[in-house]
Design a protein around this ligand. Structure first.
Ligand code: ATR
Length: 285
């Protein structure tokens, strides 16, 4: 039954192209239900060529949405078209969360907050180290670099197959960020207390190269922003080598919190029940 039109309360969306595989409707739907709030949250697929019109209708209120989430490939465009992107978005050049406030379309990027909240929840004390290694220099690594820097790490080593992309990010994110080729991985891991994979290596059961994590500090944490599978090849290797691991699912769950609060007025909580709901959905698809 399509009850979207009869739904009372604020309406929010996730838009992307494609958008139908997004798990965000499941997350926000769970919170609306458990908090007993009126409102709706639905996937809304918009082609890149139709995106400016979608944004116009959002801004002038025609679409009736209170705001929404934005995913690939619209994150950069939404940043450019929003009335007021915040400082986090400005530095990243991309936004993933939108809301109307005082008649203006505001935008932020919650990926970094999702990343740190996941680690805070699952391995508190992760931020005591001073040096971090980030594998990958694509779109997904930017919010992670920003978050780790803003948490106070003083050395952030970005290691990437294409070293020029890592160098671009080192320029963008300031003097604490260093760029390296893959060959330097073992060297830069020495003394690091945090290792983050932001590449697609190991996603969806694909194989991933072997990494020797032993140069990391004992007690270091290894995390992956890939969450399908939940225990990625890198996480499996790190666990076998005696390191603490944190999977990436919590980043997805926690990045959703600020948007929900903006649109529906209550701050939701990430629970084990929600995590299990998403894991069950991942097992079905
Ligand atoms: P996203 O926006 O999701 O981060 P992306 O911009 O395509 O996606 O970046 C993917 C990241 O995974 C990049 O760091 C990429 O390395 P390059 O910049 O050298 O392309 C990395 N990556 C993907 N496949 C890889 C592989 N087979 N070996 C090493 N790195 C790989």
């Amino acid at each position: 039954m399509d009850d979207s039109r009869e739904t009372l309360g604020p309406r929010a969306f996730v838009t992307g192209y494609p958008a139908k595989h997004s798990r965000s409707p499941l997350i926000h739907g769970h919170w609306l239900k458990t908090l007993g709030l009126q409102g709706s949250y639905q996937a809304h697929e918009v082609k890149p060529e139709d995106f400016p019109a979608f944004m116009r209708a959002l801004k002038n209120g025609e679409s009736g949405f209170a705001g929404g989430n934005v995913t690939i490939p619209h994150k950069e465009m939404v940043f450019k078209l929003a009335d007021e992107p915040d400082e986090l978005s400005e530095e990243l050049g991309a936004s993933n969360t939108l809301w109307i406030e005082d008649g203006r379309l505001k935008a932020t990027n919650t990926d970094g907050r999702g990343f740190t909240a996941n680690l805070d929840e699952r391995h508190s004390g992760w931020d005591k180290a001073t040096s971090a290694v980030i594998l990958g220099a694509g779109g997904a690594s930017r919010a992670v670099i920003q978050a780790v820097r803003d948490r106070g790490f003083s050395e952030i080593h970005v290691v990437n197959r294409t070293v020029d992309r890592a160098a671009e990010l080192a320029d963008r994110f300031g003097p604490k960020v260093y760029a390296h080729p893959i060959a330097a991985l073992g060297e830069v891991m020495k003394g690091a207390g945090l290792f983050i994979n932001t590449t697609s290596l190991g996603m969806d059961g694909e194989s991933a190269p072997q990494i020797d994590f032993s140069p990391l500090l004992s007690g270091a944490v290894v995390t992956d922003i890939v969450y399908v599978p939940l225990k990625t090849p890198f996480l499996k290797q790190a666990e076998e080598q005696g390191f603490a691991i944190v999977d990436g699912l919590g980043m997805l769950l926690h990045q959703a919190v600020p948007g929900f609060e903006k649109w529906f007025g209550q701050r939701p909580i990430v629970t084990e029940e929600l995590r299990s709901l998403i894991i069950a959905d991942m097992e079905r698809h």
